[in-house]
Design a protein around this ligand. Sequence first.
Ligand SMILES: Nc1ncnc2c1ncn2[C@@H]1O[C@H](COP(=O)(O)OP(=O)(O)OP(=O)(O)O)[C@@H](O)[C@H]1O
Length: 263
Amino acid sequence: MSSRPAISIRSVSKRWTPEGRAPVQALSNLTFDVAPGEFIVLLGPSGCGKSTLLYMIAGLEDVSGGAIFCDGEPVTEPSAERGLIFQEASLFPWLTIADNVAFGLAIQHEQPVRRREIAIEMLKRVGLGDMLDKKPDELSGGMRQRAACARALAMRPKVLMMDEPFAALDVQTRSRMQDFLLQIWRDSGACVLLVTHSIDEAISLADRVVVFTARPGQVKTIVPIDLPRPRQSRDPRYHAYRDMFTELLADEVERAFAEQEAG
Ligand SMILES: Nc1ncnc2c1ncn2[C@@H]1O[C@H](COP(=O)(O)OP(=O)(O)OP(=O)(O)O)[C@@H](O)[C@H]1O
């Protein structure tokens, strides 16, 4: 196995300069690596730049300073190797689920018959094999997120990025989706970067949790989760992690609030 990081984030900063408004320093001097096949969770107070970092890794936004490398190559534009999934599954409402999954494969120059085959295979893998010809609004929120996962996985990404993918789901569906995600992560061999506000989600899923400071976001600390999967919330070590993250975040959340109040 190659020892080269799947993703290398080197002294990355991001300054937004919205028209007619004061510039916002979203991220400052961020440095860390993600190993191939690793599951990373990004945890931090609101507005610390977690989503911004995903957009930059996806190649949808430029960095203001520093550089991001994927497999040793600088990220300069979007690529099918780096899939991004949002909180609300961004499926085309007028296409069937199978056509939604097949859509991106056209860019990869797959033939139409092969696109359909891959779409069916992926949808079966996410448990939607009998929903192929449904439109997105005929599915539940959890099913739509699974379809969005199938669409991203169909591109065989090396990196799967997820921005609060389960935040809009009810507790039971969320828990099932977490199990499902661990399964597709293992099957795909991709590395995952997942943004969440949930400490429990971070402990349940991550190999390592990157904790951000309040804006401008920096790496406050990186915590490896040294617990076997499936992780049990009744395990005393799980509680110790929960206490640790609660404490780590408390100061930062307070700082973020203070800054908001100061305007
Ligand atoms: N397109 C943009 N233009 C201007 N400012 C932006 C833009 N996108 C994000 N920002 C600002 O950058 C900062 C970081 O935003 P970002 O959404 O990355 O944070 P986050 O940690 O993902 O927040 P949350 O947890 O609330 O989703 C915020 O102050 C936000 O207002």
